[in-house]
Ligand binder design. Structure first.
Ligand SMILES: Cc1cc2nc3c(=O)[nH]c(=O)nc-3n(C[C@H](O)[C@H](O)[C@H](O)COP(=O)(O)O)c2cc1C
Length: 347
């Protein structure tokens, strides 16, 4: 009830300002709670969930893009998420696209964004996360999602992923290669081109080198894919990632498509905005995709389902269909801060 009231007020503001306001409150919440997970999650869960070697108290993680620079991790943990993903972080700082760059489709429970990787850059984010670890760290695993700078030529993209990883490896529990954002020119073409095996190999070799230096077990690697890939292209990318020694796949990022089910006629005016669409219109195909992806991946590989995640029934259906873990962004914005704990209690 109180969230519906607060959301009505927040939605009077432009979406990016409302996000910044919410982020400040979440930061304060994290500071007050010191990131401790909610008491309700201390009791044994119905099922056990695992991300690499980390046991999780909930299979639900916060998807990349909400906490781009790693400022909100404690607040996110205290809300009851099982894991979180910082980023996308680019090697060098960059401002992203000009505003407005975030749009609501409230009748469809969807968003369109064209942020274009606004990032404080790998050095600054690494400093912040080192400080967080020095102060005791987080009770949940934290992944870092890596991207390329807009100015880096496409044929040098691999160097950006390596450069970002060199800065961030030591403060990440897992790492994600994001080549599926629709808002960096040319980026999604990396998923299909001849350059994919080389890029994945460079990242893997860099990870192995850093793991040796750090003398711990190697941090798991994930590849995040676009929902706009054809089935054969997605299968090929999955196989490449598995061959390169990645632990898993995050499926999926936002969509460039606009002919998706469940878009309300009341939101049609927004469809002209450029960017990636997220939220409920991705739901039906996300579930279908899990079944296919699972059949293309070895049993031990980890499949994280993202894209239009809704309530507990949808979450259950995805886990049943073969997803190991789940991520959410848009439904969290619409359902509010109680959503992660509510879902975790039901799973
Ligand atoms: C405002 C916004 C910003 C996002 N930024 C990123 C990003 O920086 N990196 C990334 O990999 N995904 C990003 N995403 C995609 C989400 O992580 C997620 O994959 C996608 O939104 C589908 O999940 P959802 O339907 O639950 O939102 C962003 C999504 C939104 C809505």
């Amino acid at each position: 009830m109180w969230w519906n009231f607060l959301r009505t007020i927040l939605f009077q503001f432009d979406p990016e300002s409302a996000h910044h306001f919410g982020a400040r409150v979440l930061q304060l919440f994290g500071w007050v709670t010191k990131g401790k997970m909610p008491l309700a999650l201390h009791s044994p869960r119905k099922r056990s969930y695992q991300l690499g070697e980390f046991p999780l108290h909930s299979p639900l993680g916060l998807a990349a893009g909400f906490d781009k620079d790693g400022k909100l991790a404690r607040g996110i943990s205290a809300l009851g998420f099982g894991f979180t993903e910082v980023g996308t972080v680019t090697p060098l700082p960059q401002p992203g696209n000009p505003s407005p760059r975030l749009f609501r489709l409230p009748h469809s429970r969807a968003l369109i964004n064209r942020f274009g990787f606004n990032s404080e850059g790998a050095v600054r984010v690494a400093e912040r996360l080192r400080a967080l670890r020095a102060e005791g760290g987080l009770p949940i695993p934290m992944g870092i999602n890596l991207g390329k700078n807009k100015v880096t030529p496409m044929d040098r993209a691999a160097e950006d992923y390596v450069a970002a990883m060199e800065q961030l490896y030591a403060v990440a529990d897992y790492l994600v290669v994001n080549i599926s954002s629709p808002n960096t020119p040319g980026l999604t073409s990396l998923q299909e081109g001849d350059s994919l095996p080389g890029l994945l190999r460079s990242v893997r070799e860099c990870r192995d080198r850093l793991a040796k230096q750090a003398s711990g077990s190697p941090r798991p690697l994930f590849l995040k894919l676009s929902p706009d890939l054809t089935d054969p292209a997605m299968k090929e990318a999955v196989e490449q990632a598995m061959n390169a020694g990645f632990l898993g796949i995050i499926a999926t990022n936002t969509s460039r498509r606009r002919e998706l089910p469940g878009i309300s006629a009341l939101d049609l005016g927004m469809l002209g905005e450029e960017g990636g669409l997220s939220g409920a219109p991705l739901r039906a195909e996300a579930l279908e995709r899990i079944k296919k992806l699972r059949s293309w991946m070895p049993r031990e590989a980890c499949l994280i389902s993202a894209g239009g995640l809704g309530g507990a029934d949808d979450a259950e259906a995805r886990l049943e269909a073969g997803a190991n873990l789940l991520q959410v962004y848009t439904e969290f914005v619409y359902s509010g801060p109680g959503y992660p704990l509510d879902l975790a209690k039901k799973l």
